[in-house]
Every structure is written in structure tokens, then in C-alpha cells.
Design a protein around this ligand. Structure first.
Ligand SMILES: [Zn+2]
Length: 203
């Protein structure tokens, strides 16, 4: 979901650009307001399992030029003392579809299929806890389209964007009030199979 408002590689370029470009640069989503934990707080973490990564990487590497996505399945826990969130991404569900070079939509049909899958396989022990999508040939960042998608979903969720072309990712945790929080991605379980670096300019 890099959308029509593709972020300029060189931010200075867009500052000097046309009025339209300046409008794009200030579009919501190109700069998420992210709440950071206090000095005494633990940083929230999302733990990616091998099972989930196997499915996500298969669809992402299946076509690195086009966008695609998957819903993240697992559990969210909150540390009552620090307020930090632990997101266990145990599985993923993809419709196997590819969008264009700058678009992918989580359709109602694929979300219904996912709910069916989750209840059939896990009963009530696991839930949809977020989304992941590929930006294909574009770098990883949260676009205005992504911002709309994330804030239209009415639960606490982890959202991940991967760029197979740039080998980068961005991740955020959105709460029920549509506020975004810093969260780290722990890929220890995947080891060398995860070749993405966090894009620190990504939000
Ligand atoms: Zn996107």
C-alpha cells in the first residue's frame, strides 16, 4: 500500500518540488506520530515465529515487484507494570493475491476467509493481531493509504511493511484510540532467514 503518494527518496527534493508534491509530503501517514516509551519502560516487542515467516516470505518473494499482504495471527499481551506490549505472531494468513506495483487491498473476502481459518485451526486461542504487506519495488514506510487502512481497523494491532527490493521494514503498534506506539521486531526465531533491516526513516 505505497499508494499514489509515493515517498520521495530524497526528502529535500520534494521540499523544492511542486505544490502537489508539498501536499503529498504533508499527507497523513508520511509522518506518523509515534509515542515512545519512557526511560523506565520496556520497549514493546513483536515476536515473529518461523511458521508465520514461512508464509509471509513465500508470498513476498513470490513476486518482489508487486504488493501483497497477509494478516498476522497470534496473541497480544500487556505487561501490567511497564505497559509494554508483547505481540506473538504465531501464524499468518494470505489470500495469495498480488496487487499492483503500488497497491494491495485487504479485501473483506480475504479477511472473512482468515477469520474462518483462525477459528477452525485455533478456536478462540489465537486472533488476528495485525497486518503485514510488501511494498515491492518501493522502500518500506507507512503511506497515507496505509495510515487510512491502519486507523480504519478498530482493534489494537501490529502493522508491518516490508520492502523486498530495499531489504527494509517498518513496524508500529496501534492502540484502540488510533495512537501509534514504538515496537521492536524480534526475529530471533527466524535467524538468518530474515534479511531485512529496520528503516529508521520509515515513519
Ligand atoms: Zn503500504
Amino acid at each position: 500500500m505505497s499508494g499514489k503518494n509515493k515517498r520521495k527518496r530524497n526528502p529535500r527534493k520534494s521540499e523544492k518540488g511542486s505544490r502537489a508534491n508539498r501536499r503529498k509530503a504533508s499527507a497523513p501517514g508520511s509522518q506518523l506520530i509515534v509515542l515512545r516509551n519512557g526511560d523506565n519502560g520496556l520497549v514493546s516487542k513483536a515476536y515473529m515465529s518461523r511458521t508465520a515467516w514461512k508464509k509471509i516470505s513465500k508470498i513476498v518473494y513470490g513476486n518482489t515487484r508487486k504488493e501483497c499482504g497477509a494478516l498476522l495471527i497470534g496473541n497480544l499481551f500487556r505487561d501490567r507494570i511497564t505497559g509494554a506490549t508483547m505481540a506473538f505472531i504465531d501464524d499468518a494468513f494470505t489470500d495469495g493475491e498480488y496487487g499492483g506495483t503500488s497497491d494491495y487491498v485487504f479485501t473483506a473476502a480475504s479477511q472473512a476467509d482468515c477469520m474462518n481459518y483462525v477459528y477452525r485451526v485455533y478456536g478462540e486461542s489465537k486472533h488476528v493481531i495485525g497486518t503485514v504487506h510488501s511494498h515491492g519495488v518501493h522502500d518500506s514506510f507507512f503511506s497515507a493509504v496505509d495510515h487510512t487502512m491502519m486507523t480504519s481497523r478498530c482493534s489494537e494491532e501490529v502493522h508491518l511493511v516490508l520492502s523486498p527490493s530495499h531489504k527494509t521494514y517498518v513496524i508500529t503498534f496501534k492502540d484502540m484510540d488510533n495512537c501509534f506506539h514504538e515496537i521492536d521486531l524480534d526475529t530471533t526465531a527466524i535467524g538468518n532467514g530474515f534479511e531485512f533491516e529496520r528503516n529508521t526513516n520509515g515513519h
